[in-house]
Design a protein around this ligand. Structure first.
Ligand SMILES: NC(=O)c1ccc[n+]([C@@H]2O[C@H](COP(=O)([O-])OP(=O)(O)OC[C@H]3O[C@@H](n4cnc5c(N)ncnc54)[C@H](OP(=O)(O)O)[C@@H]3O)[C@@H](O)[C@H]2O)c1
Length: 138
């Protein structure tokens, strides 16, 4: 069983990841973050999850994620993951980032397409683009 955290569980992407993983037999969602609704029951924000989870949203804490998760999804807006993901990786847990912050390999492409400069360009060499269809062995 993988212990999984979701950063940004009130958003469109985070809430879909949450719904899918709550129903997954090999995943245990141990924490879901939201700065604005921390302390609220998840089912108050996502009524479709009433009866499925008793989790509450928690504030973002790297230490809490490290203690409670094997893997974390970051479903934060573009530009928000760029500084967060390196801090999470430093704890040794695996990270799946749903934003575009590590999607492009060429650092200069962020200036061109997104209008901001990447602050952790060295990480771009290491990340794997997680589109399963690209990595299927035939
Ligand atoms: N929407 C799509 O179809 C789609 C598809 C693929 C990928 N994506 C990417 O997935 C990411 C999330 O998209 P979305 O549409 O779900 O966004 P969204 O609806 O704006 O949700 C963002 C979530 O992140 C949290 N958040 C915002 N700023 C944060 C910060 N600085 N630190 C920690 N948490 C923060 C928000 O909750 P709080 O403010 O309460 O913390 C919220 O739960 C984006 O990067 C997007 O480009 C989106």
């Amino acid at each position: 069983m993988f212990r999984i955290g979701i950063v940004g569980g009130t958003g469109y992407v985070g809430s879909e990841i949450l719904r899918l993983l709550l129903l997954h037999p090999q995943a245990e969602v141990t924490m879901v973050t939201s700065r604005q609704t921390a302390g609220e029951y998840v089912f108050n924000v996502h009524p479709n999850l009433r009866g499925i989870t008793e989790l509450k949203f928690v504030p973002l804490s790297i230490a809490e994620i490290q203690n409670n998760c094997d893997l974390v999804f970051t479903a934060t807006p573009h530009g928000g993951s760029m500084n967060l993901v390196p801090r999470l990786l430093e704890t040794g847990i695996k990270v799946i980032d749903m934003s575009a912050d590590f999607r492009l390999k060429e650092p200069g492409a962020y200036d061109k397409w997104y209008g901001w400069t990447h602050t952790n360009p060295e990480l771009l060499k290491e990340v794997a683009y997680g589109l399963p269809e690209l990595h299927v062995k035939r």
